[in-house]
Write a protein that binds this ligand. Structure first.
Ligand code: ASP
Ligand code: MG
Length: 441
């Protein structure tokens, strides 16, 4: 069995839905497990509806609900050929929008529980529409509710045992289908309430199910040809990377190569199930495979993360002292702010953060321990590949590439797969370009 996940743009219109289902068909004697996002833009509209309801403005919510309903009703004619499926889907959508409107009545007591129910409707709608289309086409397809098979535990983390047992049990109940469809993103929490895996979480659903079922592959279908070796919006002539080691993919996902939800690689890695990134606009293209192989001595890609703030603390008290770093880190912990990059010397430490919401408190606390300097508008550029210390000369090549650019911090040796540079935002473009020139030409 293969798990295939299709994102919002891949099911973004009736036309796209018709195209994309051509990819679902399993090979002879096989089955496909398909995970779908909401149609693109829908989750944002549902967030907006909730926002109005939080503000006790049912009229604002109704306006968005009406617009959304019109849009969806408009899709029916185009997607289905038969009266039977047009009516069936129209009836389903009527119920859905009636349900959404029912929340407007309770606007004064609107809470995050209701918001999560509202956010779940995007995926419920898209999967029902696509399943109906498959049935109209005579396919042996069945819709499984993600609310029955994906669950989080008391820490809000996916409950892998539950997911495995529930998915296996469900498949036993309905064994003889070619195509199983389910919703990405949505789940229940340990209280049994409707919840979700955070925005963009459909990738995560696919990886959790693929890991649970130990499928041969997890395919993430998007609208570009795999992962590129640099940001194609900034650098000319980037190339797709054909293979990545799990750790390399995790580094790149965090550093803004926005192809995969960063946390979702973990379950696939633990289960040893390869993840393949593919392009719905060009299904025959090879894409990128992420697996447990390390390509020795190869630099794979460059990525950048914007809106980074750098904080430097200098203190002679740090000299030969122990416990100094703990005190510094505790301040970040108390302010629920994670540190991304770190460099230390005997008399100072520099760290970077990407969440500035507690910056004022952090700086004011840090001033107890040393002189504090803050640099805004910075950017982390990371080079990912087999960068183990035994591979002599690789970090040198990366440094040589950017010899003309002022570098604020360098981090190397944290993992075997990354070297990161902190540069000013205004130098980002030429840093990325210079690295591509040297490393990939
Ligand atoms: N529909 C959800 C979102 O827009 C989940 C996803 O697409 O992955 O965030
Ligand atoms: Mg997505």
């Amino acid at each position: 069995m293969k798990v295939m996940k299709f994102g919002g743009t891949s099911v973004g219109s009736p036309q796209r839905m018709k195209e994309v289902v051509k990819i679902f068909n399993p090979a002879e004697g096989e089955q496909s497990f398909v995970v779908l996002s909401a149609m693109s833009g829908t989750t944002n509209s549902l967030v907006e509806i909730s926002d109005y309801l939080y503000k006790n403005n049912p009229e604002g919510a109704s306006t968005i609900i009406n617009q959304l309903e019109q849009k969806y009703m408009g899709h029916i004619e185009e997607l289905y050929a038969t009266q039977e499926f047009r009516e069936k889907t129209a009836q389903f959508l009527n119920e859905e929008f009636k349900y959404l409107r029912s929340f407007a009545k309770d606007a004064p007591t609107f809470s995050s529980k209701e918001e999560k129910v509202i956010l779940a409707q995007g995926e419920i709608i898209s999967t029902t529409m696509v399943t109906n289309y498959l049935l109209e086409q005579g396919k042996k397809a069945v819709l499984l509710s993600a609310l029955d098979i994906v669950r989080t535990n008391e820490n809000g983390e996916p409950d892998l045992n539950f997911i495995r047992n529930a998915t296996v049990a469900k498949l036993k109940e309905v064994p003889d289908y070619d195509i199983y469809i389910t919703q990405g993103f949505i789940c229940r929490n340990n209280e049994g309430e409707i919840d979700n895996l955070q925005r963009g979480g459909s990738d995560y659903t696919a990886c959790l199910i693929g890991a649970a079922l130990q499928t041969s592959e997890i395919q993430i279908w998007t609208d570009i040809d795999g992962m590129h070796n640099n940001d194609p919006r900034i650098v000319d002539h980037t190339e797709p990377v054909r293979q990545l080691y799990f750790e390399e993919a995790a580094e790149l996902a965090y550093f803004g190569a926005k192809i995969l939800h960063p946390t979702c690689i973990q379950p696939a890695k633990l289960a040893g199930v390869p993840v393949r990134l593919l392009n719905t606009m060009d299904p025959a293209a090879p894409g990128t495979i992420i697996n447990n192989e390390i390509q020795k001595g190869t630099i794979k890609a460059v990525a950048a993360k914007d809106n980074i703030t750098c904080i430097q603390i200098q203190s002679s008290r740090m000299l030969l002292a122990y416990g100094f770093l703990r005190k510094v880190f505790e301040i970040f912990e108390q302010n629920r702010t994670s540190i991304d990059m770190i460099c230390t010397s005997e008399v100072g430490v520099s760290v970077t953060i990407d969440n500035r919401s507690h910056l004022t408190d952090i700086v004011s606390e840090l001033k107890k321990y040393g002189t504090v300097e803050v640099d805004d508008n910075m950017c982390i550029v990371c080079v990912v590949g087999d960068l183990a210390s035994g591979n002599v000369g690789f970090e040198t090549r990366a440094c040589m590439a950017i010899k003309k650019i002022p570098v604020r911090m360098i981090s190397y040796g944290g993992s075997n797969y990354n070297i990161s540079f902190l540069v000013k935002a205004e130098d980002k473009k030429r840093t990325l370009q210079a690295l591509s020139e040297t490393l990939f030409k």
